[in-house]
Design a protein around this ligand. Structure first.
Ligand SMILES: Nc1ncnc2c1ncn2[C@@H]1O[C@H](COP(=O)(O)OP(=O)(O)OP(=O)(O)O)[C@@H](O)[C@H]1O
Length: 479
């Protein structure tokens, strides 16, 4: 049984307060959110929370400073620290002040809700025999900067009805984003209806979307409501919108403009109130150029775009997702499996053309078929398309390790007596600029994507580039 409690969230970013607050409320907790240390002190008195989730950099000071004092006053309280200063120093300070948990930003919502559940479980004094608490209610997993951007946008659209266009390759989670917007938003008690334009014969799309009257065409035996009417009050997910035939696009635009649907073969319009979330893996501006997509419809749908990058561009999410899917398989009653370190490395190197869906399928297959509890690299090598992963994938790392070893020996040989040598920094100063330059060149100087590939915070990357005197605009790909 999950325990619920009262939670105070302190962050000066309203998007974080909304997302965290909403996620915790969905799990049955009572939540209040404020944005400063002063308000935090007031709420600790008046709201008396069980758990305090607080940011460090707050407009009126350092949110960690007072934590030891707070715990002295309310010893039962559990404090969870969130911080964008992902330094070891902040983590250590948080621990020293007696915080129950420290989560670097960007954080994974599931991890946060789990930390809250753990804190409340401890508070009840119950023994934690239930280790793997279910991730219920929070379908999206991942903590890459790109996913954090997605979470922020989702948070901003929960309280309005703006049309959303979700962009991304097949299997990146577009439908999951649409479902999250619906199930966390104000329409959650109403239907979520999905229709995939690519999966329905072109001549049936209009009948499916708008419904039809009895006798409108051969086989139309009775009046049938379309997806628009079925989604009344809720959300309509228009998947693969780029595959919609032009005539259906014209009709869709008319419905969106008028808020009324007329069935195929019918004459009486029905008022509909639905939120539209559309998705595509196609380049819509290109389709507009080719006269295969209506520009006016594009503007109507693309009010808030949400981009899901391919998994190969957010490799830091691969292991989190892999574990999530193995956990899911275990919860479904399959044997619990984990991955060896080498297997994990292999997963990180693979380019995932089928994105998250491919990773999910692979983990499910392994959970069913693999006999070992710890999945080894060899098993993965057999399961993944062989050509995609070089058999000697560890060789470059070994060479690098060797080079570092020789470099260190040389440095120690010449400088061991110097008291102020900082060998660690010296090595980073050799290695990091090369790594950053290669990565930035690969992504055409895009720092957000480079940070994603490197698995570091964008601000950290920016600061390091300045420190090394590197100019990302000079690092365009020219091969
Ligand atoms: N961030 C994520 N966290 C957890 N599961 C995910 C995530 N992204 C995708 N998935 C899972 O991967 C599978 C594919 O996701 P989804 O169907 O949403 O992709 P899609 O982009 O809509 O694909 P398509 O374009 O082929 O329809 C689903 O089972 C979904 O639950």
């Amino acid at each position: 049984m999950r325990r619920t409690g009262s939670i105070l969230v302190v962050d000066d970013d309203p998007a974080i307060c909304v997302v965290v607050g909403e996620a915790l409320r969905r799990q049955g907790h009572k939540v209040e959110a404020v944005s400063s240390i002063r308000q935090r002190s007031e709420m600790l008195e008046s709201f008396a929370p069980d758990v305090l989730i607080t940011d460090v950099m707050l407009p009126d000071g350092d949110g960690l400073e007072d934590v030891a004092g707070i715990l002295g006053r309310w010893p039962e309280l559990h404090v969870i620290i969130l911080s964008a200063q992902n330094t070891l120093n902040t983590a250590i300070r948080a621990t020293e002040k007696g915080a129950f948990e420290y989560l670097p930003k960007p954080f994974d919502l599931n991890e946060l809700t789990r930390a809250v559940s753990d804190a409340l479980t401890m508070k009840e004094g119950a023994d934690a025999e239930e280790v793997g608490l279910p991730h219920d209610g929070l379908p999206l997993v991942g903590r890459s900067p790109a996913m954090q951007e997605v979470y922020r946008t989702i948070a901003r659209v929960l309280s309005n009805d703006l049309s959303i266009l979700v962009l991304g390759e097949s299997g990146t989670g577009k439908e999951l984003v649409a479902e999250a917007i619906h199930s966390l938003g104000q329409r959650r008690t109403k239907p979520f209806v999905a229709i995939n334009m690519a999966a329905i014969p072109r001549e049936l799309i209009e009948a499916e979307l708008f419904g039809y009257e009895k006798g409108a065409f051969t086989g139309a035996h009775a009046r049938t409501a379309g997806k628009f009417e079925q989604a009344q009050g809720g959300t309509l997910f228009l998947d693969e919108i780029g595959d919609m035939p032009m005539e259906a696009q014209t009709r869709l635009l008319r419905v969106l403009q008028s808020g009324e649907v007329t069935t195929v073969g019918g004459s009486k319009p029905v008022r509909v109130n639905v939120r539209i979330v559309a998705a595509t893996n196609k380049d819509l501006p290109q389709l507009i150029e080719e006269n295969r997509f209506r520009q006016d419809l594009y503007y109507r749908l693309n009010v808030v775009p949400i981009s899901l990058p391919p998994l190969r561009e957010r490799r830091e999410d691969v292991m989190i997702l892999a574990r999530h899917f193995l956990d899911q398989a275990a919860q479904e009653g399959l044997p619990r499996k984990s991955l060896s370190d080498e297997a994990a490395q292999l997963l990180m190197l693979y380019h995932w053309p089928g994105n998250v869906r491919e990773l999910q399928n692979l983990m499910q297959r392994l959970a069913v078929l693999s006999r070992e509890t710890v999945i080894a690299a060899d098993i993965l090598r057999n399961a993944l398309p062989l050509a995609a992963v070089p058999a000697d994938f560890t060789a470059p790392s070994e060479q690098l390790a060797q080079a570092v070893g020789e470099w260190a020996k040389r440095q120690l040989g010449i400088g061991i007596s110097e008291p102020n040598r900082n060998l660690h920094n010296d090595l980073l100063a050799v290695v990091e600029p090369v790594l950053f330059q290669e990565t930035l060149a690969r992504v055409d100087g895009n720092q957000l994507r480079a940070a994603g590939l490197l698995g570091i915070n964008r601000n950290t990357l920016r600061k390091k580039l300045t420190d090394y005197g590197l100019d990302p605009s000079q690092l365009r790909l020219n091969d």
